[in-house]
Ligand binder design. Structure first.
Ligand code: ZN
Length: 121
């Protein structure tokens, strides 16, 4: 299951942040996922409790923000929305485009409780 592997890689990043911040517990994690990332947000949500079980992030909320797919046109210079199976310019219809966003699979933020203060960060 691809999403579980993604979650586990994500957990490594979260654990790194938690260790650096001397966190007692991770309460929420926010991800940014693009349409072209190849990851299904719902499957990621399903895999998250499995990947986070037994860690500092067990029980943490997983928030997923989807990033719209955008292309920049090499013919007319416009930046427009596009569809995953149709990376064409929305202005002139050219196929000569480069991806601006949509491939993201990013850990955007981690909310945690620190052992010393108990404040969320
Ligand atoms: Zn164009």
């Amino acid at each position: 299951m691809h999403e579980l592997a993604v979650c586990q890689a994500l957990m490594d990043q979260v654990a790194g942040v938690a260790a650096r911040e001397a966190a007692r517990r991770v309460t929420a994690v926010t991800l940014q996922i693009g349409d072209l990332s190849g990851v299904e947000p719902q499957l990621l949500q399903d895999a998250w409790p499995i990947a986070s079980a037994g860690s500092l992030a067990a029980g943490a909320q997983l928030h997923i923000e989807t990033v719209p797919l955008r292309v920049r046109c090499l013919a007319c210079g416009s930046e427009t929305d596009a569809l995953p199976n149709r990376l064409v310019c929305g202005e002139c219809g050219s196929f000569r485009t480069t991806l601006v966003s949509g491939e993201e699979l990013l850990l955007k933020s981690v909310e945690l409780e620190r052992a010393d203060t108990g404040d969320a960060a």
